[in-house]
Design a protein around this ligand. Structure first.
Ligand SMILES: C[S@@+](CC[C@H](N)C(=O)[O-])C[C@H]1O[C@@H](n2cnc3c(N)ncnc32)[C@H](O)[C@@H]1O
Length: 259
């Protein structure tokens, strides 16, 4: 498949054309099974996601990573273990969401499930550090408490450049109608993800010139981020209108990275 291009069609057909073990990173922001969009009407989202995981495990390089987006139950009760290793369930916390629930606690997060094919080959912590929230003196004192000295993270030292972002990401806001990067108001709350969110994933789990696949690429947030960060990109999208919007977001840097 040609790199740095979005293919029009159904992901389940297009992925057959991707070579075995040719992809370093997959960012899968596909159906959640919760909205009224035709493409989102999935009766059993867990089985749908398990099928995707099987297909992705063929095309990922050994050590390659998958980030699968969904709601809190998106991989419940399905056995992904024969295909990929689960490294972390990341909570993308959205405090701004309207707390409209009356019968239960309102769900305030999306899940981003981070898998790899075997042991992850890339984790660029220094590229994704975030500012230390806790005041410096206190943080340094904490390094000397027995549970830290004797515990499994005992060697972890305060790093002036910032800390690991952890697995609850509350520092990246979802887009609103006021966000400058929103491509079209029509897409609000349905599809477009913030570039910062995708940037964190691309920086953490890929290197310059790597190949990133976005199998449900929407209006091309991953494409735009890959161009900026000099990664190669392959996208799939069923909606031609979105592909045109996505293509309008790239082409400014004009750097060809094809290996
Ligand atoms: C949540 S959106 C992705 C948004 C994207 N992350 C962005 O920031 O623009 C999911 C996209 O998947 C597309 N889609 C849904 N089912 C598909 C399928 N079977 N094959 C290809 N694309 C599909 C939809 O048209 C939609 O644009």
């Amino acid at each position: 498949m040609e790199l740095n291009k979005i293919y029009h069609g159904n992901t389940f057909e297009l992925i057959k054309k991707v070579k075995d073990e040719s992809i370093d990173l997959i960012i899968c922001d596909g159906p959640y099974g919760v909205t009224e969009n035709d493409w989102d009407k999935i009766s059993d989202i867990q089985t749908f996601n398990l099928n995707l995981i099987k297909l992705f495990s063929r095309v990922l390089k050994p050590g390659g990573a998958l980030y699968l987006f969904g709601k809190d139950n998106c991989i419940d009760f399905v056995d992904y273990r024969p295909f990929l290793t689960l490294n972390r369930k990341i909570i993308w916390y959205q405090p701004s969401r309207l707390a409209q629930g009356r019968l239960n606690f309102t769900n305030n997060y999306d899940l981003i499930v981070y898998f790899s094919k075997g042991k992850a080959k890339t984790y660029n912590l220094d590229a994704i550090r975030v500012p230390q929230l806790v005041e410096l003196d206190h943080r340094k004192r904490c390094e000397n408490v027995p549970s830290v000295i004797n515990g499994m993270y005992g060697k972890t030292k305060f790093n002036e450049d910032g800390k690991n972002p952890g697995d609850v990401w509350g520092d990246i806001k979802q887009l609103t109608y006021k966000s400058k990067e929103l491509i079209s108001r029509k897409l609000l709350n349905t599809i477009q993800k913030p570039e910062k969110l995708i940037e964190r994933i691309v920086k953490a789990s890929s290197n310059l010139g790597d190949v990133v696949l976005d199998p449900f690429c929407g209006v091309g947030t991953t494409f735009a981020v890959c161009e900026k960060l000099k990664r190669n990109f392959i996208g799939f999208e069923i909606n031609q209108e979105y592909i045109e919007m996505a293509n309008g977001r790239v082409g400014n840097n004009n750097i060809q990275l094809n290996n």
